[in-house]
Design a protein around this ligand. Structure first.
Ligand SMILES: O=c1ccn([C@@H]2O[C@H](COP(=O)(O)OP(=O)(O)O[C@H]3O[C@H](CO)[C@@H](O)[C@H](O)[C@H]3O)[C@@H](O)[C@H]2O)c(=O)[nH]1
Length: 482
């Protein structure tokens, strides 16, 4: 044991910098656990805002850096200016912190820093790493297809030229219409309308599925994705995806990229089990699940950021109640309007549902999805939730809320065919029908079978000798070569 400890401490240190949101902290800490299990020392440099809970990872070092974020900005809904400010504010304290760590490592003979691994949204790290002459690697927490679609938007806006992505024919002809369609997309988007047309070269995405932001101006959004995807000095890109799910997109990206890409996902499957929840998980829902029949429960959760608007809340709730299907619903504090929720209660929602429903503030999601009683997942299609559902062979009802979730939902329903997408504003009858299609009808059973098959292929892919496993080994070789 002592020898093991000694062996570990002689291994290089990796400095991890997550974006301080649950959907980004999870994959970064999972990556840290995987690399720690391969012998690296891990230090997490995090903001004061949404700081991870160190006791969940006693084997890591945690260092807080001042983020200088005002309460006003933290409570604002618009994430893009928030992330920009985070990048402006954190550079100097991050650099000072690294300098101290380097000094300490020299004095106390601690393991030296091999490289910095940062979330793609914490792009300030690239310049700091270059300044302090340390190698850096980016972690992308969204899908490869999201990258391609955001990149296509950027290229169109910048050059008016569509690069060849996938087997698109008559590309020149498509370019002109795509540019004008993109322009009108931005216009109609703000009027709340959508476009059903397929985007040339980005099959199966329609214009309405493009991961544009509905908050702020198109210019702010374009600046944001420019910042994330700008060619930088980082030595590699780690991707929380794999060949089973996204081989064509990954191949296309590797052709475009100057540096190696390492699809080592799904990270939660490879990582030793551990929780990085910022909210306390309510385990009583597992006791409730124990009482339910196999494959009958619909798990409902919209992740850590999205919220349900007033009108949707009632439609969603009564659609669930009217379906008569058992459900486990995560209602995160702040994710629904309090007045509207009270109204639902006075209308007798809880009585109508009775024992058929279980509502919690935050669930141990991976455990829930792995439970035999869960037969479907109503999800906003955040990339982590999508990967976690696929990894457990659970088919989905997709109700994307913003950004990359639309791309993921389209892949779930059209590429992997393991779910159905609720389109537009949902209405209780549509919700009820959707639940029946997934949980009861033959169509849903076929989706469940395809989801189980996909789960098995993923399990194989992370085993020794297969592509995700091999990518991880190549990544470790690269880090050791720095
Ligand atoms: O009750 C709950 C609900 C969620 N989770 C976990 O929280 C994470 C949520 O992540 P994700 O499904 O990706 O959703 P968001 O929190 O919305 O993630 C943000 O980050 C993702 C990764 O970049 C993007 O794909 C999303 O669009 C973006 O909103 C997952 O690991 C879940 O297991 C729980 O543990 N308990």
């Amino acid at each position: 044991m002592e020898m093991e400890k000694e062996h570990r401490s002689s291994h290089p240190r990796l400095v991890l910098v997550p974006l301080p949101f649950q959907g980004h902290i999870n994959p970064m800490l999972q990556l840290g656990s995987i690399l720690h299990s391969k012998g690296f020392s891990i230090t997490v440099l995090h903001t004061a805002f949404n700081s991870p809970i160190p006791s969940n990872y006693p084997e890591f070092g945690f260092v807080s850096i001042p983020d200088n974020l005002s309460e006003q900005l933290i409570s604002a809904e618009d994430l893009l200016p928030f992330i920009s400010l985070l990048n402006l504010n954190c550079g100097v304290p991050f650099q000072e912190c690294l300098a101290k760590m380097v000094q300490k490592q020299e004095v106390e003979n601690e393991p030296s820093i091999a490289c910095i691994i940062y979330d793609e949204y914490m792009y300030f790290c690239d310049a700091v790493a270059k300044y302090v002459k340390l190698p850096s690697i980016v972690l992308r927490t969204t899908s490869a297809s999201t990258y391609l679609s955001r990149n296509a938007i950027l290229q169109l806006k910048a050059e008016g030229v569509l690069t060849s992505q996938g087997p698109s024919t008559n590309i020149e002809g498509a370019v002109a219409s795509l540019i004008s369609a993109l322009e009108s997309l931005f216009n109609i988007f703000y009027l709340g309308s959508t476009s059903q047309d397929l985007v040339p070269g980005l099959h199966p995405l329609r214009f309405k599925d493009l991961p544009v932001s509905k908050i702020g101006t198109p210019e702010i959004f374009l600046q944001f994705i420019t910042n994330i995807y700008k060619t930088r000095t980082s030595s590699a890109i780690i991707w929380n995806t794999n060949d089973v799910l996204e081989q064509p997109s990954l191949q296309e990206i590797q052709k475009q990229c100057q540096v190696g890409i390492f699809p080592v996902g799904p990270l939660h499957e490879v990582a030793p089990a551990s929780s990085s929840s910022l909210i306390k998980e309510d385990n009583s829902c597992i006791t409730w699940l124990e009482k339910q029949k196999q494959n009958t429960v619909l798990y409902v959760s919209l992740g850590s950021v999205a919220s349900v608007d007033k009108k949707e809340l009632g439609e969603m709730a009564w659609g669930l109640a009217n379906s008569k299907q058992p459900f486990l619903w995560v209602i995160r504090p702040g994710s629904v309007d309090d007045q509207e929720w009270k109204k639902l209660l006075t209308e007798g929602f809880v009585e109508a549902v009775g024992e058929n429903g279980c509502i919690v503030k935050w669930a141990p999601q991976k455990e829930v999805l792995a439970h035999g009683a869960v037969g479907g997942f109503w999800t906003h299609c955040g990339w982590n939730s999508t990967l976690e559902s696929i990894s457990e062979g659970v088919p989905m009802i997709c109700k994307p809320c913003f950004g990359d979730q639309r791309v993921n939902a389209r892949h779930v329903s059209q590429v992997w065919r393991i779910g159905i997408q609720l389109e537009n504003m949902c209405e209780r009858g549509e919700v009820e029908r959707g639940i029946k299609r997934l949980m009861v009808d033959k169509e849903g059973k076929e989706m469940r079978q395809r989801a189980k098959n996909l789960k098995e292929r993923i399990q194989l892919d992370i085993r020794e000798g297969d592509s995700s496993y091999n990518s991880l080994n190549k990544l470790i070789e690269l880090i050791m070569s720095f």
